[in-house]
Design a protein around this ligand. Structure first.
Ligand code: HOZ
Length: 429
């Protein structure tokens, strides 16, 4: 495949941008080769600067649940742009999206819009600390909550992909307030609570992990966390930046029937624009300035163009709940087809799937936490990634990410991915 224009751009980009990219995983460092520079996208297809077409399973790392350039979203943005790009003052759209979010995800009684998932999680922890008057919080190994200092400890996603799950630049003073426990391990949480009695403000996790690959919570894990947090006055925060409005209208918390105290959001709620949000119980959210003493602000927060895009997606999902069944059945068809490939080739790899999120791990071990995720053969993953790309299938360039299916993916696309996957698996073994 000719990817010359992308190569030339990457060469130039490295002169002006660290590593040539504005977010590390995009550089393809973990999988080899040069990153593709994308010119446009429509539906389930990406087009690079050399006009190659790819069927894609990243969907901007989650937001494009309806596919690219969806008419309802494109029209909403076009319309909003005509009224100016930013006011730095309240708008009717902010009220409308806040109302819709609280309706679709009832644990969120009040919500504050910010500009990214990173801002959302940083702010949520600050509010939980202000609310409880405690300093420490529990983070789950391999979960990723953006690049705020206190989260870059045993972090998944790009941090582990680049080999820096504990980033330099995070002070010891900051790190000492982040307590760590493995995913799916209730006993470890109990031990931390016992050892730090009365000092833990919050427990934050991705209820379905997506940043060490896709890993579902074991039965009763989330309920166990809920009970422990309630008993010990700890604010339970679900980071639903990935899973919110993706796994169901009400996110992972609806799927598992667990009510967190706070939730962080992003990705889908901006329809592809830069957006994040955090929300939760009124008594907690009323600690946020100007209602309460915990400060958090932003010039572009609640930006009218981003609100318009987000509203268009959320309304479409809210009014067409069958989208979730369609997404699930498309994703199941896809993973079933790939598992059949394993059978035909005598392979025994692991696929974790929930709703429209899935990850193929190159190991026969069950993947239940960060340690087991790290058992995957990263070299094989890289080879598979490149063999798929060569056939026009664009996967996340890291083993420690989840793949996202969009509603735009057709039956024919699914067949194409399955058959490309067969060829790729055969080629690399
Ligand atoms: N950390 C993001 C996904 N978990 C990747 C962001 C990007 O490179 O665009």
């Amino acid at each position: 495949m000719n990817q010359k224009n992308s190569s030339v751009l990457f060469e130039k980009a490295q002169k002006f941008i660290p590593g040539g990219v504005n977010s590390p995983v995009r550089a393809f460092k973990a999988v080899g080769g040069n990153p593709l520079f994308i010119k446009s996208a429509t539906g389930a297809y990406l087009y690079d600067e050399d006009d190659n077409q790819y069927i894609e399973l990243i969907n901007s790392w989650g937001p494009m649940i309806l596919g690219h350039a969806h008419p309802a979203i494109a029209n909403a943005v076009r319309e909003a742009v005509e009224y100016s790009l930013s006011f730095g003052a309240p708008t009717a759209k902010e009220v409308e999206i806040a109302e819709l979010i609280t309706e679709m995800m009832p644990s969120v009684e009040k919500v504050r819009m910010v500009n990214s998932g990173t801002e959302a999680t940083m702010s949520a922890i600050r509010v939980a600390r202000g609310f409880t008057g405690r300093d420490k919080f529990i983070k789950i190994e391999g979960c990723y909550h953006g690049h705020g200092d206190s989260f870059l400890i045993a972090a998944g996603s790009g941090a582990v992909t680049m080999g820096n799950p504990d980033s330099p630049g995070v002070t010891k003073g900051t790190a000492k307030d982040t307590l760590l426990a493995p995913f799916n391990d209730l006993q470890a949480i109990e031990n931390l609570i016992d050892a730090n009695s009365g000092q833990i403000a919050a427990l934050i996790l991705e209820p379905v992990a997506g940043n060490m690959g896709c890993i579902a919570p074991e039965k009763s894990y989330l309920q166990g966390l809920r009970d422990l947090c309630t008993k010990n006055g700890i604010v339970l925060i679900f980071d639903e930046v990935m899973t919110g409005f993706r796994l169901s209208k009400g996110g992972a918390q609806e799927v598992y029937g667990i009510t967190p105290d706070m939730t962080t959001l992003g990705k889908i709620i901006g329809g592809g624009m830069p957006v994040g949000a955090y929300g939760g119980k009124t008594e907690i959210m009323d600690y946020v300035s100007p209602q309460g003493p915990v400060y958090q602000a932003g010039t572009l927060s609640g930006n009218p163009v981003a609100m318009s895009a987000g509203l268009a997606v959320l309304k479409t999902l809210n009014e067409n709940p069958e989208i979730y069944q369609n997404l699930e059945s498309k994703t199941q068809k896809l993973t079933k087809g790939i598992r059949k490939n394993f059978q035909k080739l005598g392979l025994n790899y692991t696929i974790n799937q929930i709703g429209s999120m899935f990850t193929l791990f190159f190991t026969d071990s069950e993947i239940t936490d960060f340690e087991t995720a790290k058992k995957s053969d990263l070299e094989l993953f890289g080879k598979y990634f490149r063999a798929m790309l060569e056939q026009g299938i664009y996967l996340a360039p890291s083993q420690f990410e989840t793949l996202f299916v969009s509603d735009a993916l057709s039956e024919n696309d699914i067949e194409q991915i399955i058959s490309a996957s067969y060829k790729a698996l055969k080629e690399i073994h």
